[in-house]
Design a binder for this molecule. Structure first.
Ligand SMILES: [Zn+2]
Length: 115
């Protein structure tokens, strides 16, 4: 019974005022619906898409490469991009919906924590 409930669980859009949900089967945990995403400033959307574009580019390179050493280095690059994407998600996207005041922005935040 609990397994059945789990398989039917749905992930809500990160906007608490939005009622859309998604099938919770990709394991990423957090999601934004297309409507809320389109409501974000263009610069934020462009940066988010930019990280994904870079990550997919490195995924393709990793898949094509046959050299172990290169693959290890490319995984490190991809890991940093993935980290930046997650930071951007938390600071520039999620924070807009979960905290009432406007976030400072990723660059200001990274500066503050010394990166
Ligand atoms: Zn939404």
């Amino acid at each position: 019974m609990s397994a059945r409930l789990a398989s039917e669980a749905r992930t809500p859009c990160i906007n608490p005022r939005c009622r859309r949900t998604f099938k919770a089967d990709d394991g990423s945990g957090e999601i934004i619906c297309g409507k809320c995403f389109r409501g974000l400033p263009e610069a934020v959307r462009a940066e988010h898409r930019g990280y994904w574009r870079e990550i997919r580019k490195w995924d393709r390179r990793i898949a094509r490469s046959g050299e172990e050493l290169k693959i290890t280095r490319m995984h490190a690059v991809r890991g940093r991009l993935s980290w930046r994407l997650n930071m951007h998600w938390d600071v520039e996207i999620k924070a807009r919906f979960v905290s009432p005041e406007r976030p400072e922005g990723l660059d200001a935040f990274l500066e503050e924590i010394g990166l």
